[in-house]
Design a protein around this ligand. Sequence first.
Ligand code: IPM
Ligand code: MN
Length: 346
Amino acid sequence: SRSIDLAVIPGDGIGQEVVTQGLKVLNAVLPQDVKLETKEYDLGAQRWHRTGETLPDAELEALKGHDAILLGAIGDPSVPSGVLERGLLLKLRFAFDHFINLRPSKLFPNTATPLAGRPEIDFVVVREGTEGPYTGNGGSLRTGTEHEVATEVSVNTAYGVERVVRDAFARAAARPRKKLTLVHKNNVLVYAGHLWKNTFDKVAAEYPEVSTDYLHVDAATIFFVTQPERFDVIVTDNLFGDILTDLAAAVTGGIGLAASGNINPTGAFPSMFEPVHGTAPDIAGQGKADPTATILSVALLLRHLGYEAEAARIEEAVSADLAERDGKQARTTDEIGDALAVRVAS
Ligand code: IPM
Ligand code: MN
């Protein structure tokens, strides 16, 4: 019989609230014969305050054994910036070699967006997840003086660029529009830009059915707002992808709907699914957080594990739920989770 062994890291702020709803919908959508086991990991700001630990080796090792990880949100204003980001979230992405950071954007009905009523928006950003300026390759000289010099080196390897570009071409080839756009800044970042463009052109030759495009990242931000329907699949580096996907979320319905998957397609390590949004400490504990992004992340998780029909049911449920949300007063976190759980239950 089938089973899913899931690690759950609720994290901080609204993380616990949204993860509870994600699990509720996961339980509702899974067929009877699939055995779901979950194990919660106490990681995040509270743990750090209590013990000074971010991600001890024993827990990293234990996480390795799961089929997938569902993460709520990590971070708190009481923790110095970077401690949990580097010591927990990025540590997981790097340790489990999550080289695909998959972030789909879809214009759902009745969402608060400057682009409401525009032609269909349905694109996916394939953000590189293990390289770029995120590697922590930098330093500071004469720190704290008037002569301080800080560097933050972007690392791009032929191996790392090729594997994400290949993944993006395969994804584009599998979609109806079959279009892939490379986003970089090769007019200024010439070394990395050259490696990305060369790799892109090389792999493109193997995918004659995929139409290709290149945009500088600054120009891409214009088209995200003025012509988002031109995008199908986008491939880009870690930092450009970080920035572009926040913008994508904002223009397609808000950060409350943006889902993501940190994926290792080889299956060597568990992939990790999380909403794009943060911990929102200002509304934590009030039942105001929209759990939809987490629930859509559960759909990505299911698709990754081979449960395509269940993933699609969640996405259809969200679409139908939003279509009916029009004009209704704001619902609580729990009410949205309940409504979606009812919709996906077969
Ligand atoms: C994201 C976040 C993270 C990132 C931070 C919290 C390290 O902004 O998942 O997009 O920059 O990748
Ligand atoms: Mn981000």
